[in-house]
Design a protein around this ligand. Structure first.
Ligand SMILES: NC(=O)N[C@@H](CC(=O)O)C(=O)O
Ligand SMILES: [Zn+2]
Ligand SMILES: [Zn+2]
Length: 346
């Protein structure tokens, strides 16, 4: 039986669009379904200043195909040299909606990130004062910490001390992958939220490693064991306003993924809304999908909910998603959930 679900148009609160030929190829994949997205600033070189963010926003809008509507919500990449006054001016003009903190070396293109958190204290204090959210890649980088423990250790050693030292700082824990992340968000009332990706609702670490290594399931933070995936599903499908969608759709070309040292990132922009409808239906929570994709994020970012809608349709035949997107830089593999999906999006 065919049936459909109409929701307020979704937004993506954590997205990598890259630049140049890659930007041109992947932007329509997001703009087809999403009204807005928080644009990650981890270009090479990173988007550090307000002027760089304005120029990047213009390149994104120039790459948008005619007839497509999409609003990029820009962010600045926090470095130890970031000027609090530049951040405040970029916020006051409406240009940026958040600042992104990457611990130096934690993930793709994070070399310019923060090593000494005391050096960014004046920026964080300014952000608390003006209500500008801090988005965090929440993993420690210490060589002696096991990669599967890096998110939990970050919460204890870095995040909780930062929040205690900077009252009023509004924080989004990006792409949480653990029950520890879910519990930390839930144990705090105000000014703390988390994004959850589509792929972390679907895969656990077995999907990456059992039966041969699957480079297209490798991302950071790396998927954890099944109990953590279940905790993420419960949080996402609960309707709790503190959890919302950030796909972390992160395109890398196939040669860069299928390599002896493969890049981290899953490309999910193309089929995210179909996969989420499947996941929410499986958890008996289709009625909560709109909160996760379209309502909780705007509420946290103090923006209006999109006024138009997206209709998802359940069909008898599984949807045939493209397996790859062609770009002038090379092919990018679309995330394969590993099961048939019957929800289609326009
Ligand atoms: N998530 C990833 O595995 N990769 C992201 C970076 C990030 O969000 O950490 C990327 O830029 O490729
Ligand atoms: Zn990240
Ligand atoms: Zn990301």
């Amino acid at each position: 039986m065919t049936h459909s679900l109409t929701i307020a148009r979704p937004d993506d609160w954590h997205l990598h669009l890259r630049d140049g030929a890659m930007l041109t190829a992947v932007l329509p994949e997001t703009a087809r379904h999403f009204g807005r997205a928080i644009i990650m600033p981890n270009l090479v070189p990173p988007v550090v200043t307000g002027a760089q963010a304005a120029a990047y926003r213009d390149r994104i809008l120039a790459a948008l195909p005619n007839g497509m509507a999409f609003e990029p919500l820009m962010t600045l990449y926090l470095t130890e040299d970031t000027d609090p006054a530049d951040v405040a001016a970029a916020h006051a003009s409406g240009l940026i909606k958040a600042v992104k903190l990457y611990p130096a070396g934690a993930t793709t293109n994070s070399a310019s990130g923060v090593s000494d958190f005391n050096k960014v204290r004046p920026v964080l204090e300014k952000m608390a004062e003006i209500g500008l959210p801090l988005c965090l890649h929440g993993e420690v980088t210490d060589a002696e910490i096991d990669i599967f423990d890096r998110e939990a250790v970050f919460i204890d050693r870095v995040l909780d001390p930062i929040r205690k030292a900077t009252p009023g700082l509004r924080v989004v824990m990006e792409h949480i992958t653990t029950a520890n992340g879910v519990d930390y968000v839930k144990s705090n009332d105000k000014g703390l939220a988390a994004t959850i990706t589509t792929h972390h609702l679907i895969i656990n670490r077995n999907h990456i490693l059992v039966g041969g290594i699957k480079p297209h399931y490798y991302c950071l933070p790396v998927a954890k064991r099944e109990t953590h995936r279940q905790a993420l599903r419960s949080a996402a499908t609960s309707g709790d306003a503190r959890f919302f969608l950030g796909t972390d759709s992160a395109p890398h070309t196939d040669p860069n993924k299928e390599s002896a040292c493969g890049c981290a990132g899953c490309f999910t922009a193309t089929n995210t809304m179909s996969l989420l409808a499947h996941v929410f239906e499986e958890n008996g929570a289709l009625d909560k999908l709109e909160r996760f994709t379209s309502r909780n994020g705007p509420a946290f970012y103090r923006l209006p909910v999109n006024s138009d809608t997206l209709t998802l349709t359940k069909q008898d035949q599984p949807v045939a998603f493209p397996t790859k997107i062609d770009t002038l830089d090379g092919p990018v593999t679309v995330f394969d959930p590993g099961f048939p999906v019957h929800w289609s999006a326009p």
